[in-house]
Design a protein around this ligand. Structure first.
Ligand code: ASP
Length: 439
């Protein structure tokens, strides 16, 4: 029994994932799809629900705490500027890797007419909804994203996880004003948020106790819901191009972390892996945020002042994996449908994929919707748009899982770099449940 306890969390989650896949696969093949959906799937939904439940309270509490701990605002703006620059730079690296790989491998040339019609026949209904959704987003003016950051009613924003950026905006303003007014006056509110922050971090610990079961259920459900797994193989070269690109991105992060912060790649991966695995199983960086915050603060040693700002902002605007994927997918679709790409079009893809990564919601499948906007920006023939999107949907979910993992790792990397640059990277200091039993 004692030995069981010693297994590290990431191994438990990994075992849960593999078992979930095997059980889901076996039961689906035995014809028990409905059983998996009815009796196993809900535990996965509960796990994601628990993580989402604490996402907004956690952002509010930790951001208020982080900002109001600062002595002056100049420190905050320094950190803010560094964060945004690093996010843009890492995203450009990701898109460049994607564009280089897809042009070298040329996965579009592996798609025959026959495969294409089969892929189109299977997914056409799903694509239509996504195209409508993208149209609505694409029709807005160029400054709409800026307008969308300012909430009209903060209580409304707080009640909707998709409006996280609005909550961040309000909370930053609140934190700044807490520094600006008399310290004594701000203290009672600060104490409340400090306490709330600690309490919610403890909730993350508790929720993570059921993470192995949660990911087990999520994987089993996913396998049961995949209607034509054989179609995945027809897109294998494309899928592998994305996966290799994402793997290169992880290598890039490890190099950055090693050379800039001196932390060994093993230590970094050990610290962040539970968050990566949760990101992989949930396909949502927003749902993973509480786990990312806990891992980065307690297991990588990033000061809360930094993590509480860098991570929530990163979860909403920094998506390196998604932008790499968009670059590969956009070029792949053009290759497969024989749409010629000029250098100008490739540069447009780079720019719009960068903006799309900022605009993508941190939820499953958001990347595909933004991909449509990327394609439209290069004047992709509208009569081929549906065909192009439909074609890649068969592998979208597994690729979504992988890119979300990279999105989360990118946020963690930037938080370490920012912390190092401001002298706020300390030693890991994990708190576990036992600490509290003793108190
Ligand atoms: N699922 C991704 C995330 O939450 C977004 C996407 O690429 O679809 O980070």
């Amino acid at each position: 029994m004692k030995k069981m306890k010693k297994i590290a969390l990431h191994w438990k989650i990994l075992i849960g994932m593999v078992l979930g896949f095997l059980v889901g696969y076996t039961l689906t093949n035995m014809g028990y799809v409905q059983f998996v959906k009815d009796w196993i799937g809900p535990f996965g939904t509960i796990f994601i629900g628990l993580l989402k439940m604490i996402a907004i309270p956690l952002i509010i509490a930790s951001l208020v705490k982080g900002i109001s701990d600062l002595e002056d605002i100049s420190k905050f703006s320094r950190m803010g500027i560094r964060t945004i620059i690093l996010y843009v730079l890492t995203t450009i690296v990701a898109i460049s890797i994607g564009l280089a790989l897809v042009n070298i491998v040329n996965p579009g040339s592996y798609i025959s007419e026959e495969t294409l019609s089969e892929l189109v026949a299977e997914n056409s209904e799903t694509a239509e909804g996504k195209i409508q959704n993208a149209k609505a987003q694409g029709e807005a003016g160029p400054l709409q994203p800026l307008v969308d950051i300012v909430p009209e009613n903060i209580f409304h924003s707080m009640s909707e996880n998709g409006l996280m950026l609005q909550v961040i905006f309000f909370v930053i303003l609140l934190g700044i004003c807490m520094i600006l007014i008399d310290k004594e006056k701000a203290k009672p509110l600060k104490n409340i948020f400090d306490a709330l922050n600690d309490i919610i971090m403890k909730m993350v610990d508790l929720i993570m106790l059921i993470a192995p079961v949660g990911v087990f259920a999520l994987m089993a459900k996913l396998v049961a819901e995949t209607s034509r797994p054989d179609l995945i193989f027809s897109l294998i070269v494309y899928g592998l191009t994305v996966v290799v690109g994402l793997a290169l991105m992880i290598v890039f992060y490890l190099i950055v972390v090693f050379f800039y912060t001196g932390r060994s790649p093993m230590d970094f991966l050990k610290g962040i892996s539970p968050a990566q695995l949760v990101a992989f199983s949930t396909s949502s960086s927003a749902a993973t945020l509480p786990v990312t915050m806990e891992r980065v603060e307690e297991h990588l040693g990033v000061d809360e002042e930094v993590s509480s700002f860098v991570l929530p902002v990163g979860a909403t605007i920094n998506m390196d994996g998604t932008s790499l994927y968009q670059a590969v997918a956009a070029v792949f679709i053009c290759q497969a449908l024989n749409v010629e790409l000029t250098m100008g079009m490739i540069l447009t893809i780079l720019l719009t994929a960068l903006l799309a990564s900022i605009g993508s919601a941190a939820v499953p499948g958001a990347g595909v919707i933004m991909l449509i906007i990327v394609l439209e920006s290069i004047n992709f023939p509208s009569e081929l748009l549906e065909k192009g999107i439909v074609m890649i949907l068969a592998v979208d979910r597994p690729l979504d899982m992988c890119r979300t993992m990279v999105n989360v790792t990118g946020d963690a990397t930037v938080s370490m770099v920012v912390a190092k640059s401001t002298g706020q990277l300390g030693e890991p200091n994990p708190k576990n449940l036992k600490d509290h039993y003793k108190n």
